[in-house]
Design a protein around this ligand. Structure first.
Ligand code: 6PG
Length: 268
């Protein structure tokens, strides 16, 4: 059973799970509920994915009841970050999601918005931003009331042991990008080096943001991102995820949550 609660400083809801199986079920429920609410309200559901272990943890969506109950035809799919490699390359986040999720449910292919893999990282980022701008114009993606950014119904993020989210790495200049919606890097410390990424203003304009983290190796970064740490501690990218009007939920397993101050929501 999950023990969940709201962490201090309004830093989002914490959902801490005993096992990855429970975490996956809760994540599938959460996504299915947001999809239903958004389709009811807007007629569509705009969702941005990341790479890494997240896609495997979303696997229950391909099973009953979700495979039948979710209104897949209303989904518009994007990537919060993508590696600039061919779509059939093992490093491609598109390929990861296609193989693990998108090919197993009745998503409409023209609703899947992946990057152009035939151009440079810089061009891929600006083309991707252009694509999103067109979809904002037609309101397939909403627009934020408080920034000039798109307001995705849900942005799903993983987190690395260094505290990076999407392709926003610690101490990288890209963390300061305020004017672009999508930007690029060519020096990612996690291979491959060339990536495109949503910027922080876009992530923080979403209606819902979920950060999905498992494993003790990430517990220190979870602590630094969520807990009230010394002000001279450098802020991790994950700690900069603070939706302006949207809702933030952390999905953690007990390993990832093990260094949280007080660990008041999970007692082993
Ligand atoms: C990527 C990701 C990245 C990922 C984290 C966590 O393309 O590399 O989008 O931000 O989500 O590195 O990855 P793991 O869950 O596999 O550790």
């Amino acid at each position: 059973m999950a023990l969940s609660g709201v962490v201090p400083q309004d830093r989002g809801e914490l959902r801490i799970h005993e096992s990855l199986d429970e975490l996956s079920t809760d994540l599938a429920d959460y996504i299915a509920e947001l999809s239903e609410a958004s389709v009811k309200e807007r007629g569509v559901f705009s969702i941005a994915l990341s790479g890494g272990s997240l896609i495997g943890l979303m696997g229950k969506l391909c099973e009953a009841p979700y495979n039948r109950t979710v209104d897949w035809a209303k989904w518009y799919i994007f990537w919060a970050d993508e590696r600039v490699v061919a779509k059939n390359h093992t490093d491609s986040n598109y390929k990861l999601a296609k193989d693990g999720l998108l090919s197993k449910v009745p998503i409409i292919p023209s609703h899947v918005h992946s990057i152009n893999d035939a151009v440079s990282a810089e061009e891929a980022a600006s083309e991707y931003e252009f694509v999103i701008r067109q979809l904002v114009k037609t309101r397939m993606v909403s627009v934020s009331e408080v920034s000039d950014c798109p307001k995705f119904d849900l942005i799903l993020l993983g987190m690395g042991p260094d505290g990076h989210v999407a392709s926003l790495f610690p101490n990288h200049a890209v963390l300061n990008e305020k004017s672009e919606w999508v930007t690029f890097i060519t020096d990612s410390p996690k291979p491959p080096p060339e990536r495109i990424t949503f910027t922080l203003p876009v992530i923080n304009s979403a209606s819902n943001v979920a950060v999905v983290v498992a494993g003790e190796a990430k517990s220190e970064a979870v602590h630094l991102a969520i807990d009230d740490v010394e002000p001279d501690c450098p802020k991790l990218p994950a700690g900069m995820v603070q939706p302006m009007t949207g809702k933030l939920v952390w999905f953690l397993d007990k390993g990832a949550a093990s260094k949280l101050d007080g660990n008041q929501f999970y007692k082993s």
